[in-house]
Design a protein around this ligand. Structure first.
Ligand SMILES: Nc1nc2c(c(=O)[nH]1)N[C@H]1C(S)=C(S)[C@@H](COP(=O)(O)OP(=O)(O)OC[C@H]3O[C@@H](n4cnc5c(=O)[nH]c(N)nc54)[C@H](O)[C@@H]3O)O[C@H]1N2
Ligand SMILES: Nc1nc2c(c(=O)[nH]1)N[C@H]1C(S)=C(S)[C@@H](COP(=O)(O)OP(=O)(O)OC[C@H]3O[C@@H](n4cnc5c(=O)[nH]c(N)nc54)[C@H](O)[C@@H]3O)O[C@H]1N2
Ligand code: SF4
Ligand SMILES: [Mo]
Length: 888
């Protein structure tokens, strides 16, 4: 083994000392990210394998790219949705590269994006509709035709409509990018039951943005022009919704402007490791750090008081008074970060205002108090006046949706449903659906079990609940198996997944490289833009895009539903929607999108200083100004008034899209929701404040925080089946600090038993458990590293599949005899049948540690993570799990 010895963090601030490493027999030879060590070793093995292939006359031919056709599209191997171009030779997708015209990523793609084509030809891919024949979950299937499959689903849905309970048809989605099509389908049948994953992902963050700025659910840090970044728990060098988009510009900002990057992460992520300063705060204390920094900036007289007085609904003097108790000493006590450093960083940050930006991601927001953490971080930007400024915390008008003014939907459109669902809109979390329908996804299975809603038809789409949901392996699986709670489960997937395993009918989908769609994200160039997903190749076998399935179902269910699907297929829908672009681009809109893969609206200036834009004469028509508040109101035909602007400097300006048209430090909506839910502190005041996470507050001295993280080469529950990615990372040991390991007599490679508990949570009553109950136990191997907070242990969430085929399971061997696969359509893959070197005790980790079978595909830690919705918003507190760890 010739891997580099573990280095301490460059600017690491954790106690513990290098000395602890010298006691590690094996850990010394492993880099801080275990995947890197595995990758280094794998090269040798790949080389051996290729040599063997060549010797067999079976080597790979070099692609002749001069023969390739290039098709523009959009990646979806993660939610960053980079522009791509597919290179196709003889009908086969041989490579993807970045779409140079994409304003966000340009030519850059990550390893996951490069690996995408592997899904298309995965030897274990589903190819035909399958109907369950044995008991649910027994894995026995029969191949059926599409006509039969569609009839079966249509008649079940028709029955819910005839029964007067259309809400008993539900679609449960994970990372879907076909929201508009899905909503149309459900609206057409009259069901509101679209359950999603937003509360597992980002609803606290989105809610914090909405409550403060009104218009955007996701900030667009102007990283390229910034001088200082305070990063509260985003790992944008590896994950993040805007991974490449942000990382590219951060790197440029650091080179061009000497921008300083400070990262708060409990773990030495690749972002933390590349930062100028890495701090590992106590979990859940991110908001306290931000409030303490806000205090320090105000007290030092470095705030942008004009911005606060002119544009915020709480002026500088009032805010300074509110922040009085949040001293750096107070912040230090909660976070473990010295008060002097909190003050120093706060003042460095404010000194370069407004070219400075503080932002978050799940390290801050995926907590029980994450909504407050994120509000406090956004507030820092308001205090230094960096909102909407070059190098600051920017946002646009329509960053994450396809603008209907340019791409209108075909008519007639179905009306919004009148039926209600207690699961889709649970009253305990009044802010979950306040600004957008973010839902409270992690309670779906629990609430079904509690009988809060009845279902007849349950359709799952891009949903890996047994892998990715908290209590996925226990509660989600229990409910998915229960035929009285879920009488009929239709699953759309591309591989035989953990969710498909518990279905009654499996519908094989086209991958994101084989189907149509729109996509869009925040444009780091601060303009509205839309990308087109188009098939790079045709789907194999009988795989069929799920939107085409919905269109076919809509046409089949009844004449009433059919009227809303008066287009041929998804391509036709895209064509019709692109017609609106024709006048803007001077050629056929659909042809333009197919050629470029992207359209940017260059008719407006970049979104700098958006709140200060003057209202146009058009926008001013029919408005009046309130002489006291200076708010500009417009009256609609029904007499109702909407705030549309704010008078500043004698002119009507746009302001923020909040009720006060100001940046809202205080929120009446939040105060009202808290009052209605009897949630006292600190929301009752409607101000961003701090409160402790109950599960963490209840920790005993020998307890540890158990958190998770995302690998750079894996995306949640979807990439383990991509062989090259699993070849790089196929094992996810538990990161543990040397002091915690020593206290338990553990060294790298030892097995540890974790026991997790349920924390107290406002409004959430688990169906069987109560606070203090054990949630679960797991035995996992340990990776001892200085790169983690001494009281935190961390495990990546992407591995440990029991389904998803051989690459994901780390099981080498011939393809099973299964009606979903067909040698004639997708050939058997020698890599999987013979050459897979990892898995089942053969992997590097197993060889290093001598550990036996089963380590190849890693562990699913979600099995023991409790459901833990945050108050009012309902986002999952992923990083609030507490546990004990003992050597086994
Ligand atoms: N412990 C822990 N758990 C987490 C997280 C964490 O950080 N830690 N992250 C959370 C976050 S942020 C999110 S967004 C969720 C995401 O979790 P999910 O929303 O469940 O999404 P994925 O795991 O990406 O994929 C779900 C399924 O989609 C299938 N799939 C892939 N491509 C296609 C396709 O083209 N068509 C169809 N029909 N199916 C397809 C895959 O096979 C897989 O079974 O996980 C959450 N879970
Ligand atoms: N490679 C890759 N990229 C992805 C995805 C993926 O699965 N893989 N998923 C996409 C999706 S859906 C999402 S939502 C984004 C998520 O993107 P990120 O939020 O950037 O990634 P996460 O790993 O969820 O969490 C970020 C960091 O939080 C740290 N952390 C954990 N607990 C705490 C804590 O208590 N406090 C602090 N300060 N830090 C903590 C973790 O160590 C981790 O490095 O990534 C997107 N991009
Ligand atoms: S960051 Fe995500 S969207 Fe972009 S190339 Fe990688 S996997 Fe694809
Ligand atoms: Mo996510």
């Amino acid at each position: 083994m010739s891997t580099a010895p573990t280095k301490p963090s460059r600017r690491g601030l954790l106690q513990g000392g290098l000395g602890a490493l010298s006691t590690l027999a094996l850990g010394e030879t492993i880099a801080l990210a275990p995947g890197a060590a595995n990758a280094a070793s794998s090269r040798k093995l790949v080389g051996q394998r290729q040599a063997k292939r060549r010797a067999n006359g079976n080597g790979r031919l070099k692609n002749d790219y001069s023969r390739a056709t290039t098709v523009k599209s959009v990646c979806l191997n993660c939610s960053t949705v980079c522009g791509i171009q597919g290179h196709v030779i003889d009908g086969k997708l041989v490579k993807v590269s970045g779409n140079p015209e994409d304003p966000n990523n340009g030519m850059s793609l990550c390893a996951k994006g490069q690996s995408g084509p592997e899904i298309n030809t995965y030897a274990d891919r589903l190819l035909y509709p399958l109907e369950r024949v044995g008991p649910r979950g027994s894995g026995q299937w029969r191949r059926i035709g599409w006509d039969e499959a569609l009839d079966r689903v249509a008649s079940r849905i028709r029955k819910t409509i005839d029964d007067g309970h259309p809400e008993e048809t539900a679609i449960h989605i994970g990372r879907s990018r076909i929201g508009e099509e899905m909503t149309r389908f459900l609206n057409a049948i009259g069901s509101p039951s679209l359950f999603n994953h937003r509360a597992l992902c980002s609803s606290n963050k989105r809610a914090a943005n909405y409550v403060s700025l009104g218009e955007t659910d996701w900030e667009t840090p102007d990283a390229e022009h910034t001088k200082y970044i305070l990063n509260f728990g985003a790992n944008f060098y590896e994950a993040h919704q805007g991974a490449i988009h942000v990382a590219k510009r951060v790197i440029k900002g650091r080179f061009d402007n000497g921008a300083k990057l400070v990262t708060f992460d409990v773990r030495l992520s690749n972002t933390a490791g590349r930062s100028d300063e890495w701090w590992a705060p106590n979990p859940g204390s991110e908001g306290a750090i931000a409030l303490a920094m806000a205090h320090a900036i105000m007290e030092a007289g470095l705030a942008d008081r004009a911005f606060l007085d002119d544009w915020c609904n709480v002026g500088a003097a009032e805010l300074q008074a509110w922040l009085k108790p949040y001293t750096p000493q107070w912040g230090a006590q909660l976070s473990g970060i010295p008060a002097a450093d909190i003050t120093r960083m706060a003042l460095e940050f404010a000194a370069v205002r407004p070219a400075c930006v503080a932002f978050t991601n799940r390290g801050s927001s995926a907590h029980y108090n994450g909504f407050n953490n994120d509000r406090a971080v956004i507030l820092l930007n308001a205090i230094v006046g960096s909102i909407g400024q070059p190098g600051g915390y920017c946002y646009g008008e329509e960053p994450t949706r396809v603008p209907p003014r340019v791409f209108p939907q075909p008519t007639p459109r179905p009306p919004a449903p009148t039926a209600k669902s207690a699961i889709e809109n649970p009253p305990e979390w009044p802010l979950a659906n306040k600004w957008q329908r973010m839902k409270v996804g992690q309670i779906v299975f629990d609430h079904l079990k509690q009988g809060r809603a009845r279902l007849q038809v349950y359709i799952s789409y891009t949903l890996a609940a047994p892998q990715t949901w908290p209590e996925g392996r226990s509660l989600a699986v229990e409910v998915l198996k229960n035929e009285s709670l879920i009488p009929f489960h239709v699953c759309s997937d591309v591989v035989y997944s953990e969710t498909a395993h518990y279905a009654d009918l499996i519908l094989p989908d086209a991958t994101y490289m084989e189907r149509w769609g729109f996509d869009t994200r925040n444009n780091m160039e601060l303009r509205d833009y839309v990308t087109l997903r188009q098939p790079l190749v045709a789907p194999p076998g009988e795989c069929r895009s799920f939107v085409d399935v919905m269109i076919a179902l809509g046409q089949r269910i009844s004449p009433k539903t059919a009227q809303y699907f008066n287009f041929k297929d998804h391509e036709d829908w895209m064509r019709q929607r692109c017609a609106g672009l024709t006048a803007r681009v001077g050629e056929d809109g659909f042809a333009y999108m197919k050629k470029h893969g992207v359209w940017q609206d260059l008719s407006k200036p970049k979104y700098y200083g958006l709140y200060n834009w003057a209202l146009t004469p058009e926008q001013l028509k029919g408005t009046r100004v309130d002489p006291v508040t200076q708010v500009v109101w417009r009256q609609a035909a029904d007499g109702r008034e909407t705030a549309v602007g704010l008078v500043r400097g004698g002119q009507a300006r746009r302001g923020f899209a909040t009720p006060s048209r100001r940046f809202q430090v205080f929120s009446q909506d939040v105060a009202d929701a808290a009052k209605a839910q009897a949630f006292a502190e600190p929301y009752g005041a409607g101000m961003p404040g701090y409160f402790a996470v109950p599960s963490i507050a209840a920790m005993g001295p020998d307890h540890l925080h158990l958190v998770t993280f995302k690998w750079n080469v894996h995306t949640q529950g979807r990439t383990a089946s991509q062989k090259y990615l699993s070849e790089i990372v196929h094992h996810n040991p538990l990161w543990m600090h040397p002091t915690a390991a020593a206290a338990r007599g553990l060294k790298t490679g030892d097995l540890v038993e974790l026991t997790t508990w349920r924390g107290a949570a406002h409004a959430y009553k688990h169906v069987t458990g109560k606070p203090g109950d054990v949630v679960g136990k797991a035995v996992v191997p340990v990776f001892v590293t200085e790169g983690i907070h001494p009281r935190v242990i961390a495990m990546s969430n992407s591995l440990g599949n029991f389904a998803h085929g051989r690459a994901a399971n780390g099981r080498r061997g011939p393809r099973g005899d299964f009606p979903g696969f067909d040698d004639a359509v997708i050939a058997e893959d020698q890599d999987l049948s013979e050459d897979m070197w990892w898995g089942s005790g053969q992997g590097l980790w197993s060889r290093l540690t001598g550990a036996g079978n089963g380590l190849g595909s890693g562990y699913n830690i979600n099995a023991i993570l409790p459901i833990y919705p945050s108050p009012l918003v309902g986002m999952q507190g992923w990083y609030d799990t507490t546990c004990t760890a003992r050597r086994v």
